[in-house]
Write a protein that binds this ligand. Structure first.
Ligand code: SF4
Length: 169
């Protein structure tokens, strides 16, 4: 499998796109968590799981991470040049309506799912294959090129299966 940063980023963005697809059907964050937080502080922004500058804390010192970051900067600007901050999260990319990044997120941001969300996924959709740490490290390995091709196939197919399952519920 091609291990250049460009090829690794390409696969990582494919995984990100599949995860976005999954999240368009998984409604815990938008239907349960965010509305509950908004009701506690009406009219004010909420941070939900964006409680720190995770993209700087967890990103690895690796050429593929550098490439991901530089593409993110081209698309969305550097953290220090963001126009406004929500005031409820230290993350520079967190604006009044949430994360400004539509793609090119860090693995930690992309893979995170809190315990209540995982419980909801299990209870409502009988999906037991998502565990936050497993996804986080899998996304890191995809980005660094350390995930073997056979595992990449398994990972992608498992995400596709999750999407099919959640779509039919
Ligand atoms: S980059 Fe986006 S998802 Fe990650 S912590 Fe900041 S606001 Fe949240």
């Amino acid at each position: 499998m091609e291990k250049s940063p460009e090829a690794c980023l390409h696969r990582y963005l494919e995984a990100e796109s599949l995860l976005h697809h999954f999240y368009t059907y998984f409604d815990y964050c938008t239907a349960v968590c965010i509305p509950r937080l908004l009701s506690l502080t009406p009219g004010l922004p909420v941070a939900a799981c964006c409680r720190d500058r995770y993209h700087t804390i967890y990103d690895l010192d690796h050429p593929s991470f550098d490439l991901l970051r530089s593409r993110r900067h081209e698309l969305y600007g550097k953290p220090e040049n963001q126009p406004e901050n929500s005031g409820v999260s230290p993350c520079e990319y967190h604006g009044s309506t949430g994360c400004r990044l539509k793609d090119h997120k860090s693995p930690v941001c992309l893979g995170f799912m809190c315990r209540p969300a995982i419980d909801y996924l299990r209870k409502k959709h009988a999906i037991f294959t998502y565990d936050y740490l497993g996804f986080h490290y899998a996304l890191e390995w995809i980005l660094t090129g350390d995930m073997p091709p056979a595992d990449w196939d398994i990972f992608r197919k498992s995400l596709e299966t999750m999407i099919r399952t959640i779509k039919k519920d």
